[in-house]
Design a protein around this ligand. Structure first.
Ligand code: FES
Length: 275
């Protein structure tokens, strides 16, 4: 069977890879970014694991350490335990008292983040060296992509997005509650921290690649869908900085938890004004 001209041209354009023995010809510090990411992720995992299991009752109160009136740690929101006062408690699951609420709450944002396209790139590079950086050969011989177990589960990302939106709404509600203390309008450092936390979570969630698809996927003519086009434009602007939103929201949520703990146990004072 003879090849048609386009096939011949395509074959002619496929060059064999250069026979280079070195793992990379890059001279810059390409290893720095994956290293920083590995350290950053590891630090977050260590802190969040510690925070998830560390929720003692604050001395002299019946509140747990993740609540400092009127602030609720985002790690423990929505609150399903008697450690929260009624003002921020959604329900009281006595049956799960042995289990830290942070565990069953974190599973939702965690599944969203762990399957995020940006985070996937980041941890594939930093932890699996697959590949560690552009133009740096990876140590693995085979590449099966995300088509098999367990990485095929990365496809849940588009569904996890809907749960992430619910959680962004809950954290926004927590930020709103932080303006209210005993019926008075309250503004403190923690109010600002929880408000910024909600904004960062929204910026990260709405800048998701799945959200771009939700706003404008499967349409052929933007001119026939002006509203979706505008939404897509807004989402795309957030998406341009998805990596930055991912890191800022990740670090900020840990900072918010740490701040509330320190206020709750009396280590620091929450500067505030009550109107
Ligand atoms: S791609 Fe990052 S949150 Fe969806």
């Amino acid at each position: 069977m003879s090849l048609e001209t386009p096939d011949r041209q395509r074959l002619a354009s496929v060059q064999p890879r250069a026979d280079i023995k070195a793992r990379t010809l890059r001279q810059d510090r390409w290893w720095l970014q994956p290293l920083i990411i590995a350290v950053g992720f590891s630090a977050f995992v260590v802190y969040s694991t510690w925070a998830a299991f560390n929720h003692p009752v604050v001395a002299g109160t019946h509140h747990r350490i993740f609540f400092a009136d009127p602030y609720l740690s985002p790690f423990y929101s929505p609150c399903f335990t008697d450690g929260c006062p009624p003002s921020v408690r959604w329900a009281d699951f006595h049956i799960w008292k042995w289990l830290s609420p942070a565990i069953y709450i974190l599973v939702f944002p965690l599944s969203f983040r762990a399957t995020c396209y940006y985070y996937r790139k980041a941890y594939y590079r930093s932890f699996w060296l697959s590949p560690p950086a552009c133009a740096v050969a990876e140590p693995h011989k085979n590449y099966t992509g995300e088509t098999r177990f367990p990485l095929v589960f990365q496809n849940v990302h588009r569904y996890a997005w809907y749960f992430a939106v619910i959680f962004a709404g809950i954290l926004t509600w927590d930020a709103a509650l932080a303006f209210d203390k005993d019926g008075h309008f309250y503004v403190g450092v923690g109010t600002a921290i929880l408000t910024i936390n909600a904004l960062l979570i929204w910026a990260y969630t709405l800048g998701c690649h799945s959200c771009r698809h939700i706003t404008a996927g499967r349409i052929n003519h933007f001119s026939k869908h002006p509203v979706r086009y505008r939404l897509w434009g807004l989402v795309s602007r957030l998406n341009n900085r998805h990596m930055q939103w991912a890191w800022a929201s990740l670090l900020w949520v840990a900072l918010a938890d740490g701040y509330i703990r320190l206020v709750a146990n009396g280590t620091i004072h929450d500067y505030h004004h009550i109107f």
